[in-house]
Design a protein around this ligand. Structure first.
Ligand code: CU
Length: 378
């Protein structure tokens, strides 16, 4: 009997291990791990699942066997026993050892996850409603990472692409084989930076800096999402990490540094410049499509009760100062209206305000220059 049970258990074990492989193919299991930590989590998940299945089979097997063997219809008399010390000790000691056996590898993995010491590089990750910002510490490289899925796909006007809602304009780029420490925080509400293949899921909390780390095994593109319900566009702030061989990463970093310097130079050169209405409107339309359209809608009608209409709205047709203030500093009444100061350049803010006042059905006719934004932002 015992031999048969052992045989059944070992074949069950094989079936579970086999099913694990099949599941990886069917993408029903965890994602393919790509870092040491993700491998450990994957292993831990499998081991604990197997332990749970064994306990399930043994406990329910014994219970159903006892019910069947001692049923009333075969004339079995109910046993009248109470307080069996041996059984009570056994059912305390056995689970204790099982739990300790599970806790040891789990604790080791958690400690390894938290050990972000001696990194090769550090990136500050900031969550915004609804995008991510990456600051490469000490490298002078910073950028926002926005969803790049076309609005038409989201609104079912175009077929969905392969990486629907899992694609961004500027991915985080890291070198393979290097320990990357991420310092995670948020600018508005709680977000969570989650890349399953790295085994990293770190809450981004305003006012706190939490860290985590990863070392990517092989080059590739890895995708994740914000994993904390953070408002209307929560499902629209994906994470994309591109892991490059060290040399190509260095080239990318140098390119970003040059681009950053050029942008700063262009911004300071254009700071005092006076733009024509049409120039600002053209630029503003692009900024609007990128940053405002999700809430205020393409036609500027907003969403009644949630996001105010900009078409014939009091802000877009009222005094310029109030319009500049709300775009720069956000709304005190409605936290969904972000403060765009620092997120957009003076030119972009001037352009989008000019666009809003002279498009979407409005024709106020006034022009806002970047110098006005710079003065108001002081
Ligand atoms: Cu979020």
């Amino acid at each position: 009997m015992i031999r048969r049970m052992a045989q059944t258990l070992s074949s069950l074990w094989l079936a579970i291990a086999g099913a694990g492989l099949v599941h990886a193919e069917m993408r029903l299991n965890l994602q393919q791990p790509e870092t040491v930590i993700a491998h450990e989590i994957y292993h831990l998940h499998t081991v604990i699942l197997v332990i749970c299945v064994i306990i399930f089979v043994v406990v329910f097997g014994a219970m159903f066997y006892a019910l069947w063997k001692h049923r009333k219809s075969v004339g079995h008399q109910a046993e009248q026993f109470h307080e069996n010390t041996t059984v009570e000790i056994l059912w305390t000691v056995i689970p204790f050892f099982i739990l300790v056996g599970m806790a040891i590898p789990a604790t080791k993995t958690i400690l390894a996850m938290k050990d972000s010491s001696n990194p090769d590089m550090s990136i500050k990750v900031t969550g915004y409603q609804w995008k991510w910002r990456y600051d490469y510490l000490g490298e002078n490289v910073s950028f926002y990472s926005d969803l790049s899925t076309a609005r038409e796909q989201i609104e079912n006007k175009a077929p969905k692409g392969e990486n629907y809602l899992l694609e961004v304009d500027n991915p985080m780029v890291v070198p393979v084989g290097k320990k990357v420490r991420i310092l995670v925080t948020a600018n508005d509400v709680i977000h969570s930076w989650w890349v399953p293949a790295f085994g990293v899921k770190q809450d981004a909390i305003p006012g706190f800096v939490r860290d985590s780390w990863f070392k990517v095994d092989s080059p590739g593109i890895y995708r994740g999402q914000c994993a904390e319900l953070c408002g209307k566009e929560h499902g629209f702030m994906p994470i994309v990490v591109e892991a490059l061989p060290e040399e190509r990463y260095r080239t990318w970093l140098a390119e970003q540094q040059t681009k950053g310097k050029a942008a700063t130079a262009a911004a300071s050169a254009g700071a005092g410049k006076t733009y024509a209405l049409d120039e600002l409107k053209t630029e503003g339309e692009k900024v609007y499509a990128r940053t405002c359209v999700a809430c205020h809608q393409a036609n500027g009608q907003g969403v009644p009760g949630a996001f105010p209409a900009l078409a014939h709205g009091p802000i877009t047709t009222g005094p310029i100062a109030a319009h500049i203030d709300i775009v720069l500093n956000g709304s005190k009444k409605n936290p969904a209206m972000a403060a765009w100061k620092g997120q957009l350049s003076d030119l972009e803010i001037a352009a989008v305000i000019t666009y809003e006042r002279n498009a979407l059905g409005n024709a106020v006719g006034d022009v806002v220059q970047p110098s006005q934004i710079a003065a108001a932002a002081k």
